[in-house]
Design a protein around this ligand. Structure first.
Ligand code: NDP
Ligand code: MG
Length: 384
């Protein structure tokens, strides 16, 4: 029988790539559910092609628009309840979380409790509520398979040897500002900031790559997924973007995962794990690459990396506050209300104002409350 898949966030960069992978592996996978926020046009086109049993959009007013455009047997649902309904269905085996931001936290928890296999692209929920998610996954015997390329690389490197893992080298290309002076950042156009040299991604993660908050979020994501202290996760700038991360084992041996930078690879691996499937992207041509280089990141030019590490050290709800404040500042930057250089300054202020009263493991409500507070405070600072 084919594995039955739900893709939450099917209209985004990861979602569209996931559908490309599924199209190549039709004999293995069947699409049961798709979802979008508001892009009803693309979602309806996907629904006509893949004929899912159910689709979800954020708001019910979009239903009139989409009803006539989708197969008559496809059910339409809305909002968080709609996503919860999808991940609770008995005919869904595997859920791909390709939504951006922490709005998918509750459906992610529901999917874990319903014991679904999870392919996780979304990083914000893991940053905000990593301990809760990992504990529930363990209690329910659920495997969370990462799609984020670095985490997929680490996951592949430690296969069968996780108990010997002693250090992680998290690589990053350095983003579009790697070789640009800090005093020029605010003079660059939004289009420049959004154009990543190696990956084509959604807007939020592209801005995060430019500030290097993306790497900071990934340190926290790796900390939870691989149960590793933050001080044993080293970030390395690797502009060629061929080594997607490396792990060091207790005997000092290092394993690296190398591949062309194309998200269809980690997506395919997450879907077919523990099997591998035929190559769908090109192979690495080492004679053309010539060199693979690594260097330390410049925390002065990219303070977000330091803020993320600080949030981990502060513990409690601090990572949730960091993440929510980042989501809000990025939104305000994209809407033209703040400068690029304001992003780390505002997040730093919010973190310093946060009364981190929960020192133990926060509960879901603590996380949601901390996020709500951080968003409100960030909005105020962005509107000044
Ligand atoms: P996109 O912005 O391209 O896509 C986001 C998707 O989520 C869209 O389908 C969007 O719908 C939907 N969505 C957004 N907000 C909501 C909401 N509040 N409720 C329901 N659905 C929502 O993002 P990406 O595909 O780039 O990234 C998705 C996630 O994967 C992020 O967490 C990112 O960090 C992570 N990731 C992405 C990588 C990449 O290469 N793109 C690499 C590694 C990780 P609509 O189209 O209607 O707006
Ligand atoms: Mg990544």
């Amino acid at each position: 029988m084919r594995e039955r898949i739900a893709i939450l966030g099917s209209t985004g960069s990861i979602g569209v790539n996931t559908l490309k992978v599924v199209s190549r592996l039709k004999e293995r996978f069947e699409i049961i559910a798709l979802s979008a926020d508001s892009n009803a046009d693309l979602l309806s086109r996907q629904a006509r092609k893949f004929r899912p049993k159910i689709i979800s959009l954020r708001e019910s007013f979009l239903s009139t628009k989409i009803r006539k455009l989708i197969p008559s047997r496809t059910k339409t649902v809305f909002g968080i309840e709609g996503l919860n309904e999808i991940v609770s269905r008995s005919d869904v085996d595997l859920v791909v979380f390709a939504i951006s931001g922490t709005s998918c936290l509750i459906p992610l928890i529901t999917a874990i409790e319903k014991k679904k296999r999870i392919a996780l692209a979304n990083k914000e929920a893991m940053v905000s509520a990593g301990a809760i998610l990992m504990n529930r996954a363990k209690a329910n015997g659920v495997k969370i398979i990462p799609i984020d390329s670095e985490h997929s690389a680490i996951f592949q490197c430690i296969y069968g040897e996780a108990r010997h893992l002693s250090k992680i080298y998290l690589t990053g290309s350095g983003g579009p500002l790697l070789n640009i002076r800090k005093d020029r950042f605010d003079r660059l156009s939004k289009a420049f900031i959004l154009k990543h040299p190696k990956w084509k991604m959604g807007k939020k993660i592209s801005v995060d790559s430019a500030t290097m908050m993306n790497k900071g979020l990934e340190v926290i994501e790796a900390q939870h997924l691989f149960q590793m202290n933050e001080d044993r996760i080293e970030v390395l700038i690797h502009p060629e973007a061929i080594v997607h991360s490396m792990v060091e084992f207790s005997d000092g041996v290092v394993f690296a995962q190398l591949a062309v930078p194309d998200m269809r690879l980690p997506i395919q691996y997450a879907l077919t794990y523990p099997e591998r499937s035929a190559c769908i992207v090109g192979n690495v041509d080492f004679s053309k690459i010539k060199k693979l280089s690594f260097s330390k990141p410049d925390i002065k030019r990219f303070p977000c990396l330091g803020l993320a590490r600080q949030a981990v050290k502060d513990g409690g709800a601090a990572p949730a506050v960091l993440n929510a404040s980042d989501e809000e500042t990025v939104k305000n930057y994209l809407e033209g209300r703040i400068l690029f250089s304001d992003i780390p300054k505002i997040i730093e202020k919010i973190l310093s104002r946060h009364k981190n009263s929960i020192k133990d493991e926060p509960r879901v409500n603590d996380i949601l409350e901390a996020e709500r507070w951080a968003r409100e405070e960030t909005k105020l600072l962005c509107s000044r």
